[in-house]
Design a protein around this ligand. Structure first.
Ligand code: 16G
Ligand code: MG
Length: 553
């Protein structure tokens, strides 16, 4: 039986020495300064090969990106066969492998093979892609060294958005099966989504103004340009922030994260009342919409608003078409995190009347929970999300059980929607097209969409603490169980406000804890956020300068 090419792996390992750093496979894989990641990349090449061998030679993906972070950061995450995030139990293998001494790499590989009953003789297929960051090419090189040292067959797709990589992984693994997802190429991706968008826009009633698209000076910019010829002429787009040659501009005062956190439009972005804006993040898996009201105020439409629009539309159309699955009416459900605005949750539960599940932050948690519905809509408030349609739902829609012209139209619309949406993972561009199609179908403007519910004022704060791992949460991160007593203090504050809500959780991507607060008025919300932040800083290990606006308690 074939066995691990120990010498080959060890020799290559010495060429990618581990720095004196401790690595953790977190919410979004490994994420650090790009120049610290060489050894991690090499080892993830090895691990991807093992994962493929474990899963009967299915294709495993690796995406090299640090999303909305600046250019000096980079990261890598592994992608499972249907485009999902790496199975959680393997995060431990990844962390273990990343932290072992260079000479121990072959023996750690052997221990993973034993633990997972992996036969080394199975072939392995791996694909890799990167965003536009300056450290990307070198890091992909290290990954390829790893995959090759382990004898894997590896294809480098070059520069891709994160969702394009997920799409290709799923398309490769389903090729030639009844679940075939599409042609596993960049063009296949544009064509599949573009064709469905052209079909779905036949139903459109809204004539949108030119949509201004902020590419965050990242990979989304050139890829959106490449997408345009496939989108027809029902909507006109104009692209901004598309400089990928000056690395300092990446996500700098632009992009979905900037807009969401700052609650204002990107810089270098012309907007007057009536202009519609859309921001992608640095790897194009998050999207935020916005416009300027007639009175000049800025209005943002985030992930919660997208979920509200999609859930209400899919429910309405399924009912209109009397859609029935063998199991009965389709179960439409929404998955949110604690960051979802309380008003959006109330709107979904009380007005749309769909079940809403709360899960911890991170796509893997949302995606998994959404799989439990026939139509599982998941969005984080930050704009990352997608819709998962069950096989039964897609089949029922295609069978066109409807009778009246309205019912048939509703079913065709839903069928197109299943193809416009990238079900492999949240996809900024595909989500943008889906939202435009739904609005056009309803004959709605961004302004009308913004009237679905009224947001409760909310605020986020960051607190630097000595040890963020001392903060342990439960109930989908909405309550602290440790430090003991901290939640009682927070509860006592929250009780003072109407519609008050606040929670504290350790970040999975930065060395801080995050504070979130909501209350009936802007003033109350700010006061609650600053008081809770003050409690954490003063009583639970705040370090560095105490921010002056934190309230003493
Ligand atoms: C990562 C997650 C994102 C989450 C964010 C939270 C994935 C692919 N990405 O970017 O979903 O919202 O982390 O960051 O899972 P935080 O833990 O620092 O708040
Ligand atoms: Mg991203």
């Amino acid at each position: 039986m074939a066995s691990i090419p120990t010498e080959q792996v060890k020799d290559a390992s010495l060429k990618h020495p581990k720095p004196n750093t401790t690595f953790t496979y977190g919410t979004a894989g490994f994420r650090l300064k790009g120049d610290l990641l060489d050894s991690v990349m090499y080892r993830m090449g090895l691990l991807a090969v093992l994962r493929s061998k474990k899963l009967n030679s299915k294709v495993i993906g690796a995406m090299v990106t640090a999303s909305h972070n600046p250019d000096q950061d980079n990261g890598v995450k592994l992608v499972d066969p249907l485009g999902e995030m790496l199975e959680q139990s393997w995060e431990l293998h990844a962390t273990h492998l990343a932290n072992s001494a260079d000479v121990d790499v072959p023996s750690v590989l052997a221990s993973i093979c034993t633990a997972e009953s992996i036969s080394w003789s199975a072939p392995a297929h791996v694909v890799v892609a990167r965003d536009t960051r300056s450290t990307g090419p070198k890091l992909v090189g290290a990954f390829l060294d790893g995959a090759r040292a382990a004898g894997g067959d590896v294809t480098d797709y070059g520069v891709f958005t994160t969702p394009q990589l997920h799409y290709v992984v799923r398309a490769l693994n389903t090729k030639g099966t009844p679940e075939a997802y599409g042609v596993p190429t960049e063009e296949g991706y544009y064509k599949k989504i573009g064709d469905a968008f052209k079909r779905i826009m036949k139903f459109g009633k809204t004539k949108f103004p030119t949509i201004h698209v902020d590419g965050a000076n990242g990979v989304g910019a050139p890829k959106f340009k490449a997408f345009l010829p496939y989108l027809g002429d029902s909507v006109s787009f104009s692209a901004f922030n598309e400089d990928i040659t000056d690395f300092s501009k990446l996500n700098n005062k632009c992009g979905a994260d900037f807009v969401k956190v700052q609650q204002k439009q990107p810089e270098n972005f012309p907007m007057t009342p009536g202009t519609y804006g859309v921001s992608l993040d640095g790897d194009a898996d998050r999207v935020i919409f916005y416009f300027v009201k007639k009175d000049g105020t800025f209005r943002m439409l985030d992930g919660d608003t997208i979920a509200a629009l999609l859930a209400s539309t899919v429910s309405q159309l399924s009912q209109l078409a009397s859609l029935t699955l063998p199991s009965g009416s389709p179960r439409v459900g929404v998955v949110q995190t604690a960051y979802a605005n309380g008003a959006s949750t109330r709107y979904l539960r009380e007005t749309v009347r769909v079940p809403v599940s709360m899960v911890p932050t991170g796509v893997k948690h949302l995606h998994h929970e959404a799989e439990g519905f026939d139509v599982g809509i998941y969005f984080e408030a930050n704009g990352h999300g997608t819709v998962l349609f069950s096989e039964g739902f897609v089949k029922a829609v295609k069978e066109r059980g409807g009778k009246t012209p309205e019912q048939l139209a509703a079913l065709e619309f839903l069928e197109c929607l299943t193809d416009v949406i990238n079900q492999a993972v949240g996809d900024a561009i595909s989500d943008m097209l889906a939202v435009l199609a739904v609005l056009a179908y309803k004959g709605w403007s961004f302004e009308q969409w913004g009237e679905l519910y009224t947001e409760v004022p909310n605020r986020q704060e960051k607190v630097k603490v000595a040890n963020r791992l001392a903060f342990k949460t439960t109930n989908a991160e909405q309550e602290l169980v440790e430090p003991v007593g901290s939640q009682d203090r927070i509860n006592a504050e929250v009780a003072k406000y109407k519609n008050g809500r606040s929670f504290v959780r350790p970040s999975g991507t930065e060395d801080i804890v995050r504070v979130y607060a909501e209350a009936d008025t802007r003033e109350n919300c700010d006061k609650l956020a600053y008081t809770v932040a003050g409690i954490i800083f003063d009583h639970y290990g705040g370090v560095g300068d105490r921010p002056a606006h934190f309230v003493k308690n």
